[in-house]
Design a binder for this molecule. Structure first.
Ligand code: SF4
Length: 359
């Protein structure tokens, strides 16, 4: 087996879609080189930010205005990172069809009125069974997230569970596309015991109506978050609506590195969109995290009164390092596909030296 390769030889091997241990070693080497290159670029940008906080060996980073009383991640995020959460899914309906949706194009069977899913447990629970699960195992989690499709499409189903969990003292947070987060519905959720609400503004291309709903949430909840996946269109929409968003009274921005999978990876055109696989699984465009830092740099220049979470693949790697997954298991988003060959050509052409020693 050779140990040194020229660019041309590597291109040829990728083009041939060569098989076997040699190519596995080469693509593994190329992926690590790309990861190191991207990490170094982000680190350079991080080092220039005065109010960026980095924790856990740099895997978790967020920017916070220095005068805020609370300069940290939300309790929902904090518990998620420390493995002290579980999720409830109770609806398979949604009003939108987002091109970045992890479930894009998948037909979901409806869930019956008396069925709930906890995290990724394969078993469905009735309301009474769910209460027993939380009575017995609830002490192993602090926070409970309501997610999956659009939870507010079936609010009646949430009410008894949310009230029960609030009585047990659990912190609850919910993701919504904001369409049904009307002032009336927000008052109900607040009353039932919801603590933190996260709006995905990109699901409606930052609709004016949803930004108004965000402002209504800002008047009610202690923790009001926008959570958006970062790519060029979302960045542009965010900038166009920046002032209106900052006036809503939100407390946090979770800017997520866009995660792609077999349903969504080919929805993005561009120049071209090069994907990389994070060292431990997630597949993302190489540019996604750059947009996060474009926003954070602007926040520091204009001193926005918020906390901005760089919710990167590194952060999710840290999150997934839990010794014993909390009951009944954590939700993971494996891409279920490999890296396209364009990525390897891009690495060879843009990062590598003329000759590299691989083995
Ligand atoms: S709003 Fe959320 S669940 Fe609905 S399509 Fe968009 S990403 Fe998927």
């Amino acid at each position: 087996m050779k140990t040194k390769y020229t660019r041309e030889e590597l291109r040829h091997l990728v083009l041939q879609q060569a098989q076997g241990p040699e190519i596995a070693g080469i693509t593994g080497y190329l992926e690590i080189r790309l990861y190191e290159y991207l990490t170094a670029k982000i680190k350079e940008r991080q080092d220039r930010l005065k109010y960026l906080v980095s924790d856990h060996n740099g895997l978790v980073s967020y920017w916070a205005h220095p005068d805020l009383d609370y300069r940290g991640l939300t309790p929902g995020c904090h518990n998620c990172l420390e493995g002290k959460i579980t999720h409830i899914r109770h609806s398979t309906k949604c009003t939108q069809s987002c091109m970045f949706c992890y479930y894009f194009g998948q037909k979901m069977p409806p869930m019956a009125k008396n069925q709930y899913e906890v995290s990724n447990a394969t078993k469905l629970f009735t309301l009474e069974e769910l209460k027993i699960v939380f009575d017995k195992q609830g002490s192993s989690v602090d926070a409970i997230g309501w997610l999956y499709k659009e939870p507010l499409m079936e609010m009646d189903k949430m009410k008894p569970v949310m009230q029960y969990l609030a009585k047990l003292g659990h912190f609850q947070y919910l993701y919504t596309n904001g369409v049904f987060a009307t002032p009336e519905n927000l008052v109900k959720l607040h009353h039932w015991g919801l603590n933190e609400i996260r709006f995905n503004l990109s699901a409606t291309q930052f609709s004016e109506k949803v930004i108004k709903n965000l402002a209504a949430a800002g008047r009610l909840f202690e923790w009001v978050v926008i959570e958006i996946p970062m790519y060029e269109q979302v960045y542009d929409d965010f900038i166009d609506n920046k002032d209106a968003i900052l006036e809503t009274g939100l407390t946090h921005m979770n800017l997520a590195e866009l995660q792609l999978n077999v349903n969504t990876w080919n929805h993005y055109d561009g120049d071209p969109v090069i994907l990389y696989r994070h060292r431990f699984g997630n597949l993302s465009p190489v540019t996604s995290r750059e947009f996060v830092y474009d926003i954070i740099e602007l926040a520091e220049k204009e001193m926005w009164p918020v906390v901005i979470n760089d919710c990167s693949n590194d952060t999710k790697y840290y999150r997934d390092l839990v010794p014993d997954p909390p009951f009944p298991g954590v939700t993971t988003y494996e891409p279920k596909m490999g890296v396209p060959s364009e990525t390897f050509y891009w690495i060879i052409d843009n990062i590598l030296e003329d000759e590299v020693e691989i083995f």
